[in-house]
Design a protein around this ligand. Structure first.
Ligand code: MLT
Ligand code: ZN
Length: 449
């Protein structure tokens, strides 16, 4: 194939891997739903390399797919077999931390944790944080508009970006490396590339916004007996504790299952909800707050993590299921108005259990951001598959006017359901943008729209 030869000529042989040399990694993200390897894997060293590669692929009409840390959960970086995958792994590194403007300039292939560390070393704080921080990369975080555990205080990935550089399908480099908090000079083009999952351009560099360090974070675990009280706890904690930097609720089935698997026990009794509240207030103020909540019956038990290790233990229960004991495990990521999440969880559980009485169904997540994750593990009968579960989870969501994707993106897995969360006019405008930026349809085809 002459395209591969042209790519080798333009980027050098070492930047073009084929066959076994690619390894298994480019086949699937963490949804583990990808089954095909790409035609070839490119490893450009620079934006100019990447632009040259896209120019060649566009001219040949060959689809491309940008890949970061492969930690996505929606199949957005999975090849279907005929694409050229572009790994950003060699476009890695922090170019600059500017303490005066509280910004950092990073290359797209830099792991999130490396960026967090560099910000901290400069006495600043990068607010984006998620469980896969060690392997996910900034390019992937921005192209999926990642959420994570600090959204309640600092917003999603989009809110951490001041400027961006991206390469369009035809190889045009759009450098929009703004460093100012205010810049209303025309359209804010960076938002075309943030959250569009590589379908409108490939992000290559970013100017990230940094914050003052939040100070000492104290982790507490609160036992709560109703969803209404979970919401009441959120609002009361926000009013009384100022700096709430995380608020994560775990429904009983989620908490008990994980705590048991990890052989951890935090409270004497089981509770309907266990809620992680993190705050930067002084510990005695937090203890006073919890005491008042206990007295009023808003919470029934509470634990203040006495050490970083104990905080990690609490988070380990939150961070995931031992998948081996849960066949066909699916992980959903929906959002809906905060006050209605409790009803939705009940209705969704009833509908799933009516179909599969023995199914594992559990809820957890960033309730303070109106976002809840759902774990479903069911043994399918004849004619059933994961879409049978999708139909129920999204079907029950419909009347709540929620979103089928709060933070994980659409990728391939949720594409058939996008119309449930976007109107015909919104979908038409998305197609207009796609056509304008990528007329030959080479960028991550089959994803999102
Ligand atoms: C999380 O909140 O832990 C992530 O979004 C990943 C997940 O849904 O499992
Ligand atoms: Zn999440």
């Amino acid at each position: 194939m002459s395209l591969i030869a042209d790519l080798r000529k333009a980027l050098g042989d070492a930047a073009v891997l084929e066959g076994e040399a690619m390894g298994a990694r480019p086949a699937s993200d963490m949804s583990l739903t990808g089954t095909a390897l790409p035609r070839a894997l490119l490893r450009p060293r620079s934006t100019a390399d990447l632009a040259a590669a896209l120019r060649l692929c566009n001219a040949a009409g060959v689809p491309v797919i940008a890949q970061g840390g492969m930690t996505g959960l929606a199949g957005g970086a999975n090849p279907s077999g005929n694409e050229i995958a572009i790994s950003l792994e060699r476009m890695r590194g922090i170019e600059e931390v500017d303490t005066a403007s509280a910004t950092m300039v990073v290359k797209a292939g830099t792991p999130l944790e490396e960026c967090q560390r560099a910000a901290a070393e400069a006495g600043l704080f990068l607010a984006l944080d998620l469980g896969s921080r060690g392997s996910c990369t900034i390019g992937g975080n921005l192209s999926t508009n990642a959420g994570g555990i600090r959204v309640i205080r600092y917003g999603m990935a989009r809110e951490q970006v001041l400027g961006l550089e991206a390469v369009l399908a035809d190889g045009t480099i759009v450098s929009s490396m703004n460093r100012m908090l205010k810049n209303n000079a025309g359209y804010d083009l960076k938002h075309l590339f943030i959250g569009s999952e590589g379908t409108l351009g490939v992000i290559t560099r970013a100017v990230l916004r940094l914050h003052p360090p939040p100070g000492e974070i104290t982790t507490t675990l609160c036992a709560v007996e109703s969803y209404e009280q979970v919401v009441a706890l959120l609002r009361r904690a926000q009013a009384a504790l100022g700096g709430i930097v995380a608020f994560e609720a775990m429904w009983r089935d989620y908490f008990s299952f994980n705590a048991e698997a990890l052989q951890l026990r935090f409270f004497e009794a089981e509770h309907a909800f266990c809620v992680i509240v993190e705050s930067t207030m002084a510990q005695d103020a937090i203890e006073e707050f919890l005491g008042a909540c206990l007295e009023d019956g808003l919470i029934t038990d509470a634990l203040v993590a006495a050490s970083h290790a104990q905080s990690r233990q609490v988070w380990s229960v939150r961070e995931g299921h031992p998948t081996e004991s849960l066949p066909n495990l699916l992980n959903f990521d929906v959002s809906l108005p905060i006050g209605q999440i409790g009803h939705y969880a009940e209705a969704c559980t009833s509908a799933l259990k009516a179909r599969w009485p023995d199914a594992h169904v559990s809820f957890y997540g960033h309730v303070g951001d109106s976002n809840v994750h759902i774990c479903v593990s069911a043994l399918y009968g004849p004619g059933e598959d994961m879409h049978s579960v999708d139909d129920i989870v999204y079907g029950v969501l419909g009347p709540y006017h929620g979103s089928i994707s709060a933070e994980h993106g659409i990728g391939t897995l949720k594409r058939p359901y996008l119309h449930l969360s976007r109107s015909p006019a919104e979908l038409a405008l998305m197609r207009t943008l796609k056509q304008a930026l990528d007329p030959r349809g080479i960028l991550n085809p089959g994803k999102v729209i």
